[in-house]
Design a protein around this ligand. Sequence first.
Ligand code: 5CA
Length: 460
Amino acid sequence: MEFSEWYSDILEKAGIYDLRYPIKGCGVYLPYGFKIRRYSFEILRKLLDETGHDETLFPMLIPENLLAKEGEHIKGFEDEVFWVTHGGKTPLEVKLALRPTSETTMYYMMKQWIKVHTDLPLKLYQVVNTFRYETKHTRPLIRLREIMSFKEAHTAHATKKECDAQIEEALTLYKAFFDEIGVPYVISKRPEWDKFPGADYTMAFDTIYPDGKTMQIGTVHNLGQNFAKTFELEFETPDGEKDFVYQTCYGISDRAIASLISVHGDEKGLVIPVDVAPIQIVLIPLLFKGKEEIVMDKIKELNKTLKSEFRVHLDDRDIRPGRKYNDWELKGVPLRIELGPRDIENGHALIVRRDTGEKITVEYSNILEEVEKIVSMYKDNLKIKAEEKIKSFITAVDFESDVNALSEKVKAELLENKGIILIPFDESIYNEKFEELIDASVLGLTTYEGKEYISVARTY
Ligand code: 5CA
C-alpha cells in the first residue's frame, strides 16, 4: 500500500482524526487521537516549563493594522490570512485576521510589559488554533488550514548573546521532544529565500516520511531586533541607555503527531511510542468454559497491579481473542498481555510486543518488573529503528563543478534513494536556480556527521 493511502486509512481506522468536516483543511481529533495529542503535548509543555517558559493565552483576532505593522512579516503571510469582515450584518471598521501566528499580537502586548532590563528575559508560549489559507494540497494533521495544535514560543532578551543562547536552548528542547516521541530529524539552517518572514534566520527540523519525502516538523527563528524596532520594544539597560530587545520564536504543530504516526507505523497499523500511547498495555483474558471466573479474577488483579505504573485496558468484550489482537495491533498498543487458565496454573503470563511481534513468557509473580524491562526495550527499539530508517534515506554525494552534471547526479539519487541528498557546501549552487534544476527543494545548510552540506530533498 502506498504511504499516503496507508496514512489516510490509519487515521480513520485507528480513530485518530476524521477529515469529513465540510471545510477543506479542517478536521476533528477523535478521542484516541486526541489522547495521543495530549500526551505528546504534555511532554512538550513539561520541557518548556522546566526551562523557564510561561504558558499564556492571547486573543485569536488581530486587527489589520497590527498584522500589517511588520512589512516583511505581512508580505509573507498576506496570501494565507483568513479575515473576519463583519460583526453580524455590520461591516467592521477594521478587518480582523484570524491569527496565522502570533508575533504581532504578542509583541504589541510585550510593549506594555517590557520597560527595564529586569523585565527580561521574557519567555512565553501558548498552544492554540491558528489559521492559514494554505493553497498547496491540504493533508490531515500535516497541512491544515486550521492548525489545531500550534505551540508557539516567543522570547525577548536584553542582549544578542542571550538571544543566540536562546536559539540553542530551543534547539536542545525540540531535540529532546522529538527524541522522546521517537521522531528522527535532520536540522538545517534554511536558506535566505525560505526563512520565516521577518526573521534574521530560521533553523528547521525535518523528518523523512516512508515515501522518502521530507516533512518540516518544527522551526526555530532568530528574529534579531527586527520586530522589536517595529513594535518599539525598547527597554532601559543596566547603564541607563535605551536598547531594543532581541527576540526568538519557535513552533511545533500537529505535524508532530502526524510524524510519530507515520514514522513508526507498519502494515498492521499504528506502533505508538510508550510515553504517548493512550493505552500502554492491553489485557486479554483467554476464557475457557468453566474457568471464566478464575481467569477474570486473576486478570483483574493484574490490571490493578499494572495500573499503578501504566495506562492499562482490560478488554473483556465478548468476542474472539483473535479479533481483539487485530484491533489493538491496529491501534498500536505497545504491549498485549494474554492470560488463560494454563498460564495461571503455571504461574505465567504471555506478553506480546507490538513493535517486534515477539512473544515473551514471564513469571506472574514479578510481572511489574518484567513489564518495565520490556517497556524499556520497546522504547529503545523504536528509537533505533527510526534512526536507522532516516539514515537509510540520507545519501551524501561528491561535488561536481559542472552544475548540470551535479544536478543530474542529484536528480538520479532523488529518484533512486529518495530522502535527503547531501552535497558538500559550495556557494555556486546555493540558490533558488539550483532548486529548479533538480526539481526539488534546498532544505538549507546541514551539519551531518561533523561535515557541512547543502541538503536537498523532495518536500511535503
Ligand atoms: N511564529 C513562528 C514560530 S511559532 C512560525 O509560525 N513558524 S512556522 O511558520 O515555521 O510554523 C511553525 C511550524 O508549524 C512549522 O515548522 C510547521 O511544522 C508547522 N506548520 C506550519 N504550517 C502548517 C500547517 N498549515 N499545518 C500544520 N502544521 C503547520
